[in-house]
Design a binder for this molecule. Structure first.
Ligand SMILES: *Cc1c(COP(=O)(O)O)cnc(C)c1O
Length: 224
């Protein structure tokens, strides 16, 4: 846990860029330490882990779901999740809509795009996303609200490549805004940038950076 790194990242952020503290794999006690510094937005990538942390922690925390989400897990987070960053199919969006309705709420969502060269990363490509937004099925979804886009750049030291991948996400955002969301004031978010690439993401118009290891330290998946 590195509170000084947290404070220095926070103070370096331009207006209009929000910090999501990515607490996946970390104990609730670490979240509490950061909560006591005033941080309210936390990111998790496992539905059950997010549900358990939500149950044990203060109720004014904003919970951002940032990982690949299986449709059969949506029910665990639908009652409280603040925003789902990782919508990557119509089927997932339909499930989120159904469970949002059941919980009598509207869930803010971001459309995740595949901008990296790695095949293992998730997300729409442009044509796929466009055909979803044009579909009759999409137009029937009244308990989700699309607030913008999300993406992850390739894990590489090649800075020009990272710039170009984030530029691509920004161009998707502007095209979607023009073609589909011009009268939606809430279509404003570009979720991009992690510990190793967030300064580049900010240069390329990020509005939400998702930072884990710089704040909480390296993750140890073997301990899980
Ligand atoms: C883990 C994760 C992050 C944070 O990664 P760090 O490199 O630890 O900052 C951000 N976004 C997503 C989608 C993640 O899964």
């Amino acid at each position: 846990m590195n509170i000084n790194a947290y404070k220095s990242i926070l103070s370096s952020l331009p207006d209009g860029v929000k910090l999501i503290a990515v607490s996946k794999t970390k104990p609730a006690s670490d979240i509490e330490l950061l909560y006591n510094e005033g941080q309210r937005a936390f990111g998790e990538n496992k539905a059950l882990e997010m549900r358990d942390k939500h149950e044990s922690l203060p109720k004014d925390i904003e919970w951002h779901f940032i990982g690949h989400l299986q449709t059969n897990k949506v029910k665990y987070i639908a009652p409280f999740v603040t925003m789902i960053h990782s919508i990557d199919s119509l089927e997932l969006l339909q499930t989120v809509n159904k469970l949002a309705l059941k919980n009598n709420r509207v869930i803010p969502c971001l459309l995740q795009f595949h901008i990296a060269t790695e095949e293992t990363k998730f997300g729409f490509d442009w044509e796929e996303c466009k055909s979803m937004l044009n579909s009759a099925e999409f137009k029937e979804l009244h308990n989700i609200e699309i607030h913008g886009v999300m993406g992850m750049a390739t894990f590489t030291d090649d800075k020009p490549q990272i710039h170009s991948e984030f530029k691509k996400l920004y161009s998707y955002f502007t095209k979607l805004k023009e073609q589909f969301f011009s009268d939606n004031d809430r279509f404003t978010e570009i979720s991009m940038g992690m510990t190793d690439d967030y300064p580049i993401a900010i240069e390329e118009h990020s509005t939400m950076i998702r930072i884990g290891s710089a704040i909480f330290g390296a993750r140890n998946y073997n301990k899980q």
